[in-house]
Design a protein around this ligand. Structure first.
Ligand SMILES: [Zn+2]
Length: 468
């Protein structure tokens, strides 16, 4: 039989992986510009003024961009005319953008970073960040001068009258891994950054890879804030099982997991007010929100990667989860060089089957899945028929999918269909598709944008074969 810490580790890694499974949302897409020149995946190739694109570059760009992990820039957060980024961008955050001068509350945007585990020696995974990489991220933050705020400052701004600078960063760390104390804490202390830890109470044991109460207390005494990440970090399937038993079972589970977690933490760590809750895996049910509120939490945090504004729902506060294997998530999080978009109903994991569709009218071209419909399949063929287009150049067409970015769609010249099948399940509903193609006859780019939903019960992350 496996030791308890061993089993716990397996569970934790699986749980952590669940956190990581969520692709980023695509904000209601700003239409891609009708191009002055060819624009491929954020990089201007060839001679835009002359409309010349080396075919090899096109193919290469498409191949390179296939199956881009979750940090692919998305329309609205991308300067399409920016110079090409090296594969691993050096960690320099432009400092010109940051000021410590407070602004009116509605002008502030906060990027909240979410981390999990750290290691100097073990290979990086989505959930495990190399300690040296983390250090370079924190040093880059420090050098940029971006204000890094505490949970207290954040909540006083979000819920109260406090004013903050226009662009701020907040740091959170989930689960309660021992490496938070051994690896991240010294780096955060050196930088002088406040941070919030979201442990789940059953994991505060000090055994194996778990932090001890004394380690947590030491960090709390030195500028950290304590939030709750529930009692036992349940999977969505546990909540679903409770739902099948009835409303009372869900409420009881919410009380046990959310309400009790706050009491346990307040008793274990005297003097901690424990005002923030963090949904395990980013999974939210309405009962969780009402129970969090009743329990006295002030706000709750998700894993939807967007900037937080004064208008953001306090029970669905966005965070950028920074993945050990993908430094671009960090770069994207701290990129404020994008216009502020009004708060819109966010696509939320488990939050409903395509309820928020109809943001776009159906395009004129036949598309699949049809615009504003809900499908059950998580890996549907996504296609558009361009048969009605008078003039097409197969090398000058592209498809973007929320959570995937530019994808390597195949064009069937006979049927005039541009098609792509997701390489991993679509999990964030609704899915936004943008297709662009050039009409060479008039040298103009055309676009079609549509959305479809993924049925809710099909959306939940299932832990994959995770072996320790
Ligand atoms: Zn977690």
């Amino acid at each position: 039989m496996r030791s308890v810490p061993g089993l716990l580790s397996v569970f934790l890694i699986a749980a952590g992986a669940a956190c990581a499974e969520l692709p980023p949302d695509l904000p209601p897409a700003s239409p891609l510009p009708f191009a002055p020149g060819p624009v491929i995946g954020g990089t201007v190739k060839g001679d835009p003024a002359a409309g010349i694109v080396p075919v090899r570059d096109l193919i290469e760009a498409n191949r390179k961009d296939e199956y881009i992990p979750i940090a692919e820039p998305i329309p609205g957060e991308t300067n399409l005319h920016a110079p090409a980024q090296p594969a691993v961008a050096p960690l320099v955050i432009p400092s010109t953008a940051f000021s410590s001068v407070p602004v009116p509350q509605h002008e502030t945007r906060v990027a909240i970073l979410g981390y999990h585990d750290f290691s100097r020696t073990l290979p990086a995974t989505e959930m495990r960040m190399n300690t040296d990489v983390f250090r370079s991220q924190m040093r880059a933050l420090k050098a940029s001068g971006v204000p890094v705020i505490s949970m207290k400052e954040f909540l006083e701004w979000k819920l109260g009258d406090r004013q903050l600078p226009a662009k701020c960063v907040m740091i959170t760390i989930d689960d309660g891994w021992k490496s938070v104390y051994t690896d991240a804490y010294p780096i955060l202390k050196e930088a002088g950054f406040p941070f919030t830890i979201f442990p789940y109470t059953k994991f505060i044991t000090g055994r194996g890879s778990a932090m001890s109460p004394a380690q947590i207390q030491e960090m709390l005494d030195n500028g950290a804030t304590l939030g709750s990440h529930s009692v036992s970090h349940l999977y969505p399937r546990s909540w679903r099982a409770a739902q099948r038993k009835g409303a009372q079972a869900v409420q009881e589970l919410a009380t046990a997991e959310i309400g009790h977690s706050r009491k346990i933490l307040q008793e274990k760590f005297l003097g901690s007010s424990v005002e923030a809750y963090c949904y395990p895996g980013g999974f939210i049910l309405p009962e969780m929100i009402s129970r969090a509120e009743e329990a006295g939490f002030q706000a709750a945090f998700t894993v939807i990667p967007k900037k937080v504004t004064k208008d953001t729902d306090r029970w669905r506060i966005h965070r950028y989860m920074v993945f050990g294997k993908d430094p671009k998530t960090f770069t994207r999080a701290v990129n404020f060089n994008v216009p502020s978009t009004p708060e819109t109903p966010a696509a939320t994991p488990g939050g409903g089957s395509g309820k928020k569709l109809n943001s776009y009218p159906a395009p004129a071209q036949p598309v699949y899945p049809a615009a504003n419909t809900v499908v059950k399949n998580q890996t549907p063929d996504i296609s558009i028929s361009l048969a009605g287009e008078p003039s097409l150049d197969p090398r000058q067409m592209e498809m973007r999918i929320s959570g995937f970015g530019l994808v390597n769609a195949r064009y069937d010249a006979k049927e005039k269909i541009l098609k792509w099948t997701p390489s991993r399940p679509l999990r964030l509903s609704p899915v936004t598709v943008q297709v662009r193609w050039k009409n060479p006859a008039v040298n103009m780019w055309q676009t079609a944008t549509w959305q479809f939903g993924i049925e809710e019960q099909e959306m939940h992350f299932t832990p994959r074969n995770i072996v320790k």
